[in-house]
Design a binder for this molecule. Sequence first.
Ligand code: CP
Ligand code: NVA
Length: 330
Amino acid sequence: MNLQGRNFLTLKDFTPEEIIYLLQLSAQVKEKKKKGIPVDHYRGKNIALIFEKTSTRTRCAFEVAANDMGMGVTYLDPQGSQIGKKESIADTARVLGRMFDGIEYRGFDQSIVEELARYAGVPVWNGLTNEYHPTQMLADMLTIQEHLGRLKGVKLVYMGDARYNMGNSLMIASAKLGLHFTACTAKEYFPARELYEECVEYARLSGGSVTLTEDVTEGTKEADVLYTDVWVSMGEPDEVWEERIRLLSPYQVNRKVMDNASENAIFMHCLPAFHDLKTGIGRQVYEKFGMKELEVTDEVFESPASVVFDEAENRMHTIKAVMMATLGEK
Ligand code: CP
Ligand code: NVA
């Protein structure tokens, strides 16, 4: 398998075999890290991290992975560069491509990361756009594999805004790898028809399936993975909170949902999560709408079924594997 020189923009661009290869490479580098075996033969290479939205996990995962690999890292924060304001994406891409061996981009439209990739001349990695979050997918699939021992045949239920980056990406990853994906949410938040149909075709080839339902009892029945995400994503206006709370409250992951799932079901969340009043936004939402917990209850978040911190750790190992594969495995 040779992915050298490839961009990593959405899992739509990768075959199931290529995704499995990246997961295997992730497991290998994770084991090496645990054993203290270095993979630092990328010394002399440099990467740029462009963040037009904030981040804890993705930024740290890229930085730690790059440091482990022996690479130099430059971080461009949401305010600190000329991108988009004084310099076009195409010009930025051609400048950074002359200095760096790879570029990570987190921001808004997928078309921006695609344009960056078209002009950079070096691998570009999508660290989250409005439409997709592909590095998160590798971490999630690795985590499912570790906890459930398989991917094919796993029933993964996503509750929440299934038209956005996480819902889209989980549907693609599940369909490609033979999982049974269910978006269990209000019909207003069902994924776009075109992407849904594309995923139905992936699922036909992989032996998986894609289901959209508004029925919580039916949708979550015998689920192996219950997955949710924030109801309002980065970059969305505050005004959408009211509608999200009204339409998505029935789809909160709580004890009742977990009890309806399979006995060994796991709970997953890309994080950050609103499960208590220990965040600024969580408190503001509580003052305005009276909800102490949003997409997931604190009880489920803190339960033994919750594997959210394994997922977070796996961001680093999987991002390392993506960089190794696309920069050239040595
Ligand atoms: N899950 C995730 O992408 O987290 P950050 O926003 O902290 O990077
Ligand atoms: N849907 C969320 C994912 C965060 C990792 C957002 O875009 O803010």
